[in-house]
Design a protein around this ligand. Structure first.
Ligand code: PAF
Length: 269
């Protein structure tokens, strides 16, 4: 992988990189399109990273659909599909040098999944070292992940431009996600409530008549009434994930519908 990347750099070709865990859907393919727009060569990695799964999370049963994924990527004329194995990514699996994550990584997704973001930051750094990209594209659906990656890139002073690509949605507003395949037909019908509530909350924030906490609790109540169990629904600063001011705000949510836990978010400004 590194030899190929060095040859590209010598030929002054810019590399765009899309890291994935496979099981690709239209959301991932939009990231590939973005990479194609900003770079000359496109690399996609497929690697199901064990260190970002918690003890109770089902690493072994994570859907692995490599052949189908490669077919999709061929259609997109991707230049390289990088599929390392764990002996390459974690050669000394007893002594992993984890990357430290910022405080905001312990909140929201980090509360539900305490070791998740250090696993993400660590594997993304390793993948960056292998692929040596000029541009890296991540989906904004994983909003907190994008911020963790940007933080890691700044910490190491990497010459990589990180792009957060807009969420791709089904026609009824449900954000594309590998987890959607686990929704029953009845649950799938309910799922657009999440996006509708985000839109409603954004309107309320912009109108400015209610406090942020009133908007959050009304939204949680509405989503729960529709059969979900909301984990969080918060209005935050879009750069620090801290207390929001009057601009640069984002609304983030996670909610369970039966087994699947769905994430979504919406920028206010
Ligand atoms: O978003 C994902 O699919 C993963 O967290 C990533 C960025 C590929 C790291 O394993």
């Amino acid at each position: 992988m590194q030899a190929w990347s060095h040859a590209c750099k010598k030929a002054k070709q810019r590399i765009g990189f899309v890291p994935t865990m496979g099981n690709l859907h239209a959301g991932h393919l939009a990231l590939v399109d973005k990479a194609r727009q900003v770079a000359d060569k496109v690399v996609v990695s497929i690697y199901v990273n064990p260190t970002q799964f918690g003890e109770n999370e089902d690493f072994d049963n994570y859907p692995r659909t490599e052949l189908q994924d490669i077919e999709h990527l061929k259609q997109k004329n991707v230049d390289v599909v990088f599929m390392p194995d764990s002996s390459e990514m974690y050669p000394s699996d007893k002594a992993i040098n984890y990357i430290a994550v910022p405080d905001f990584a312990t909140e929201l997704e980090g509360l539900a999944r305490p070791t998740h973001f250090r696993g993400v930051a660590t594997i993304v750094k390793k993948l960056f070292d292998a692929v040596q990209p000029d541009h890296a594209i991540f989906g904004e659906k994983d909003f907190q992940q994008c911020l963790v990656v940007k933080h890691m890139v700044a910490e190491y002073g990497l010459a990589i431009e990180v792009h957060a690509a807009p969420i791709v949605r089904d026609a009824d507003g449900l954000a594309k996600s590998s987890r959607n395949q686990y929704l029953t037909p009845e649950q799938r019908k309910l799922a657009p409530v999440l996006y509708q509530t985000l839109l409603g909350a954004r309107q309320k924030v912009r109108a400015g008549n209610l406090s942020y906490s009133e908007i959050e609790s009304q939204s949680i109540e509405f989503i729960n009434k529709n059969g979900f169990k909301v984990d969080y629904f918060v209005i935050r600063d879009a750069t620090t994930l801290g207390v929001p001011g009057e601009t640069n705000r984002v609304i983030l949510l996670a909610a369970k519908l039966g087994i699947p836990r769905l994430l979504d978010n919406l920028r206010v400004d």
